[in-house]
Write a protein that binds this ligand. Structure first.
Ligand code: G3H
Ligand code: 13P
Ligand code: ZN
Length: 305
C-alpha cells in the first residue's frame, strides 16, 4: 500500500521508533526491501536518488515500486532522496512519488529556504510530503570548532527553517556522513545538538549517512578480494540513542551496497563455473534482505505494519 512519508513518520514519532529509508537502483534491491518489509511486517520508505534515476530510468523505477506497493499490505512510500532541483521534483511528482526530498543543504540559509519553500508549495498541492535538509553531511573529524559549527545543524536555524518552509521532515547534520568511511577515529555524534534541535522542532527528524558498516560484511568482502580497509560506520548503540532523542527516519544505502558486493564476490569466487545472473544476484538480494530486516528490528519498526 502506497502512502506518504508524513503518514509513516507521524505514527513513528508518536510511538518512538524510526522508519528505514532504503536506497534502491534495480529489481534486486527493490525485492530485498519489499520482501524484508513483508517478512518483518514493517512500514518502509523506498528511496531513489537522482543518480539511481539516471541508472534505472524514472518510469521503470517508479512503476516497479508502485507494483510492489500494490502487492503488499505494508505501508510503503516512494521517496525521492537528495532531489537537486525543482525540475527533478516535478518529474517525480508526475511519476507518482509520494514523498520528495529537496536538498538545499549546500546553499546559503536564505537560498535553501527559498528553494525548499518552492518545492513545498508544489508538492503539497498534490498531497506529497517534503523533506528538507539543513547542515552539511561531511566528515567532521579533524575540523576546528568553527568548522564544525559551519557544517552541523544549528538548532535555532532549524526552528526557523521548518517554520518558514513548512517541510514535513528535516534532515539534520550531527556528525554522520555518506559512504563507508565515516570516521578515522572513534565514532562521535553530537547528541546534545540533536536534543536541542528536537526541543525546537516538532517535525520528524531524519538521519542520513546512518550505515553501520558491519565488520562481518567487510571481512566477508575482503576475504573475496575487496579492498575496504578503514571502512567504519555508525555503531548500533548510537542509532538507538538517536532514535531515543527523536530521529524518526533513517537512511541506509552503503550497508546494502556492501552486502550486495560481498555476496556477489563470494558466489563468483566459490562457483567459477556459474554464469546465470539469477544465481549470482539471487544471493546478493538475500544478503541485502537480511541486512534490511536487521535494521527494521534495530529501528523498532518491525511489527508496526
Ligand atoms: O545519499 C545517498 C547515497 O548513498 C548516494 O547515492 O550514489 O545514488 O547518488 P547515489
Ligand atoms: P549511508 O551512506 O550511510 O548508507 O547513507 C545513505 C543516505 O543517507 C542516503 O540518503
Ligand atoms: Zn543521504
Amino acid at each position: 500500500m502506497l502512502v506518504t512519508n508524513k503518514e509513516l513518520l507521524k505514527r513513528a514519532q508518536k510511538e518512538a521508533y524510526a522508519v528505514g529509508a532504503f536506497n534502491i537502483q534495480n529489481l534486486e534491491s527493490l525485492l530485498a526491501v519489499v520482501e524484508a518489509a513483508d517478512e518483518e511486517k514493517s512500514p518502509v520508505i523506498v528511496a531513489v536518488t537522482p543518480s539511481a534515476i539516471k541508472y534505472g530510468g524514472l518510469s521503470y523505477l517508479a512503476k516497479l515500486i508502485q507494483t510492489a506497493a500494490e502487492a503488499t499490505p505494508v505501508p510503503m512510500s516512494l521517496h525521492l532522496d537528495h532531489g537537486e532541483d525543482v525540475e527533478t521534483v516535478k518529474k517525480c511528482l508526475e511519476a507518482g512519488f509520494t514523498s520528495v526530498m529537496i536538498d538545499g543543504s549546500h546553499l546559503p540559509f536564505d537560498e535553501n529556504i527559498a528553494l525548499t519553500k518552492r518545492v513545498v508549495d508544489i508538492a503539497h498541492q498534490k498531497g506529497v510530503s517534503v523533506e528538507g535538509e539543513l547542515g552539511r553531511l561531511t566528515g567532521v573529524e579533524e575540523k576546528t570548532v568553527e568548522e564544525r559549527e559551519a557544517v552541523l545543524t544549528d538548532p535555532e536555524e532549524a526552528e526557523e527553517f521548518v517554520k518558514l518552509t513548512g517541510v514535513d521532515a528535516l534532515a539534520v547534520s550531527i556528525g554522520t556522513s555518506h559512504g563507508a568511511y565515516k570516521f578515522k577515529g572513534e565514532p562521535q555524534l553530537d547528541f546534545e545538538r540533536l536534543k536541542q534541535i528536537r526541543e525546537r522542532v516538532e517535525a520528524p527528524l531524519v538521519l542520513h549517512g546512518a550505515s553501520s558498516i558491519p565488520q562481518w560484511i567487510i571481512e566477508k568482502a575482503t576475504k573475496y578480494g575487496a579492498e575496504l580497509s578503514g571502512a567504519r560506520g555508525i555503531p548500533e548503540e548510537h542509532i538507538r540513542k538517536a532514535i531515543s532523542l527523536g530521529i524518526t527516519k533513517i537512511n541506509i544505502d552503503t550497508d546494502l551496497r556492501l552486502a550486495f558486493t560481498a555476496a556477489v564476490r563470494e558466489v563468483l569466487a566459490n562457483s567459477p563455473k556459474e554464469f546465470d545472473p539469477r544465481k549470482i544476484l539471487g544471493p546478493a538480494k538475500e544478503a541485502m534482505k537480511e541486512v534490511i530486516k536487521a535494521k527494521m528490528r534495530l529501528f523498532g519498526s518491525s511489527g508496526k505494519a
